[in-house]
Ligand binder design. Structure first.
Ligand code: NAD
Length: 347
């Protein structure tokens, strides 16, 4: 297939592209190269036959229409987004622009292209979204595809809006769409402002490891390469118009996750004295911090046969090893605006 992947210079998009190219697909990577992008993430495939990069903003309608006309993709995998909840608290407008307006613009460009080709039934527009659209859980229960939307942060509200747009383009215009809602990802090439890289990088720099509130918030963690596998599977075998939840079946309280990472670091690169967990520092909580997310991934498992290959412990070991072995990658990103600062306190 020829895939048009948006956001392919980011964390998850680049993992999807590395996998898709390895599987023999052609890929057009469309990315605006925001602060969160890094073309090195796709450096391994940059010279692969059938791969090409288009530096373009999904909000730029003429540019995106031109990309469709020149490349004539068989499918779109839409990952481009503003993705950091803390930044959405400080500056929601960028999230509304890219995640809502940008998704609308991309849908319109995809529709015009699809209609100009005679509405092929095997075209796909696959929208990649988050479990955060479902809101916050109490101690029990898990999100299913039937859980009502209840987003609570500017980030999750903008993603919820984009999910609704995608479904509306299916119902109204017949565009063959797929939607996936995934839990928290982690693994190689994650931008150094997200929780797991922050823990690893602060620990090895002997800086305090910030934990929001009391660290009781629970997230369900999925290794990014497992997510990439799931996305290609849904794209090829998912039922048009259907939503699939994707999760790692690996819930952990933030404080327990941080302690797991510290223990792995203690084994891989011991401190001169004590444990890295001695660096844990509880800081003011995020406003509106969702207590718990948990995914019920029964549908994708039963209907498409997907399940994660890596458990949390194994995935974290691989991730810590990767950050220790790839210092030039993350050092180059640490000077970008806002990285290493406390963001999203709502002031
Ligand atoms: P990321 O921030 O690492 O990458 C986003 C990419 O999108 C960047 O390369 C950026 O340059 C690009 N981009 C941003 N605005 C753009 C625009 N206007 N036009 C073109 N490109 C633009 O994000 P990620 O963590 O890889 O997440 C990718 C997608 O997966 C997002 O849609 C996100 O909502 C979703 N998702 C993420 C997670 C997670 O845990 N990271 C979980 C579930 C779903």
């Amino acid at each position: 297939m020829k895939l048009l992947v948006t956001g392919g210079a980011g964390f998850i998009g680049s993992a999807v592209i590395r996998l898709a190219v390895a599987r023999g697909h052609e890929v057009v990577n469309v990315d605006a190269l925001t602060y969160a992008a890094c073309l090195e993430n796709v450096g391994r495939v940059a010279d692969a036959p059938g791969y090409c990069f288009e530096h373009a903003d999904i909000c730029d309608a003429p540019r995106i229409r031109d990309v469709f006309e020149r490349h004539r993709p068989d499918a779109v995998l839409h990952l481009a987004a503003e993705s950091h909840v803390d930044r959405s608290i400080d500056g929601p407008s960028a999230f509304i622009r890219t995640n809502v307006d940008g998704t609308g613009t991309l849908l319109e460009a995809a529709r015009a292209y699809w209609e100009s080709r005679g509405r092929p039934s095997d075209f796909r527009f696959h929208h990649v979204s988050t479990d955060e659209v479902y809101g916050s859980l109490g101690p029990d229960g898990r999100f299913t595809e039937a859980t009502p939307y209840a987003p609570r942060s500017p980030y999750s509200a903008s993603k919820a809006a984009s999910d609704h747009l995608v479904r509306a383009w299916h119902e109204t215009y017949g565009l063959p769409v797929l939607v996936t809602n995934c839990s928290n990802n982690y693994g190689p090439y994650q931008f150094p402002e997200k929780l797991i890289p922050v823990v690893i990088l602060n620990a090895i720099a002997e800086r305090p490891i910030p934990v929001y509130g009391t660290g009781e918030n629970v997230r369900d963690w999925l290794f990014v390469e497992d997510h990439a596998e799931a996305l290609l599977l849904v794209l090829q075998r998912g039922e048009v118009g259907r939503t699939y939840n994707i999760g790692g079946d690996a819930e952990a309280r933030n404080i327990d996750l941080v302690r797991m990472i510290c223990a792995i670091l203690d084994a891989q690169q011991p401190r001169a004295k004590g444990s890295y967990s001695d660096l844990v520092s509880f800081v003011t909580d995020r406003p509106g911090h969702d207590l718990r997310y948990a995914i019920d991934a029964t549908r994708i498992r039963d209907e498409l046969g997907w399940q994660p290959a890596l458990g949390l412990e194994e995935g974290l070991v691989r991730t810590v090893e990767w950050y220790l072995a790839n210092k030039p990658w993350w050092r180059g990103l640490q000077s970008r605006e806002g990285v290493g600062e406390r963001l999203g306190q709502g002031r």
